[in-house]
Design a protein around this ligand. Structure first.
Ligand code: SAH
Length: 255
């Protein structure tokens, strides 16, 4: 059996209980070493075989999985954050299905959640934004035409950019072609929840310059949107906790 497990954003105690249990029981762990905190490997039992997939091809990863499966062993494939977000798990799952190898997935805390927590922010403020766009700028991996950053930026929604910290000038230019302005709040979050975490608050207009000054060009997320502005007047109170509002669980004061 292969278990795809979300490692969480970095801090080792942000893996789920289920993920930690599977790590502790595994005969083999294949971890995404470029982003997974190696401290998580301390949870493995003695004798567990650990492979760093940063140094492997898909074929090599699959070959280890098949070998383990043939020997009746259990493998954990450890991906950073949540495996379903830029995890490249579909190609692994398809190959396993073709070989009739059983697998399941344990979700994880994605880095975009870790970044909001680190900053003390909420993406979905009533009256400000009720959507979060998770995306990236096109790089060596292309992005479908309809998802070009300039187009997604026209919504002015809360936005999180993965895999884009190495292209901040292009990110900034694309954002400014949409609904964001030079003054729209932005943040660069480096290694959220790791000991070396860095939080850089800026604006869309200063994003590229601040990133260059701080020498941040990888393992970082770009957050954009008015949700970062902390203006008390800028958003509406929630209906859910409004005394006048009746819900399925609570009678409100309004007639
Ligand atoms: N599955 C992961 C994303 C993998 S893509 C998740 O759910 O978070 C890799 C990109 O994620 C990096 O280039 C970076 O943009 C972002 N990332 C991953 N971990 C991060 C962290 N702790 N802090 C900031 N960005 C992170």
């Amino acid at each position: 059996m292969i278990h795809f497990v979300g490692a969480g954003p970095g801090a080792p105690d942000l893996i789920t209980l289920r993920g930690a249990k599977l790590l502790g029981e595994a005969d083999c762990v294949i971890y995404a070493g470029s982003l997974v905190n190696p401290a998580l490997l301390d949870l493995t039992r003695e004798g567990c075989l650990c492979y760093n997939s940063a140094e492997m091809t898909l074929e090599e990863v699959l070959s280890v999985m098949k070998e383990m499966e043939g020997a009746g062993k259990t493998t954990v494939r450890l991906h950073t954050g949540d495996p379903s977000v830029y995890g490249a798990i579909r190609e692994q799952m398809d190959a396993l299905e073709a070989e009739n190898i059983a697998y399941d997935t344990v979700p994880g805390v994605s880095s975009f959640c870790g970044a909001a927590a680190a900053l003390g922010e909420e993406y979905t403020l009533p009256g400000v934004s009720q959507s979060v766009i998770l995306t990236r700028i096109a790089g060596r991996t292309p992005v479908p035409e309809g998802e070009r950053l300039e187009l997604l930026a026209t919504h002015g929604a809360s936005m999180v950019l993965f895999l884009s910290a190495g292209m901040l000038p292009q990110v900034q230019a694309a954002l400014l072609e949409g609904a964001y302005t030079e003054d729209t709040p932005a943040a660069l979050v480096y290694k959220a929840t790791w000991p070396e975490e860095r939080l850089l608050r800026c604006t869309v207009g200063t994003l590229a310059q601040r990133g260059a000054e701080a020498e941040i060009n990888k393992t970082a997320l770009v957050l954009v949107g008015e949700f970062l502005s902390h203006s008390q007047e800028g958003y509406q109170r929630s209906k859910l906790y409004d005394p006048s509002f009746t819900t399925g669980y609570r009678k409100g004061t309004a007639p």
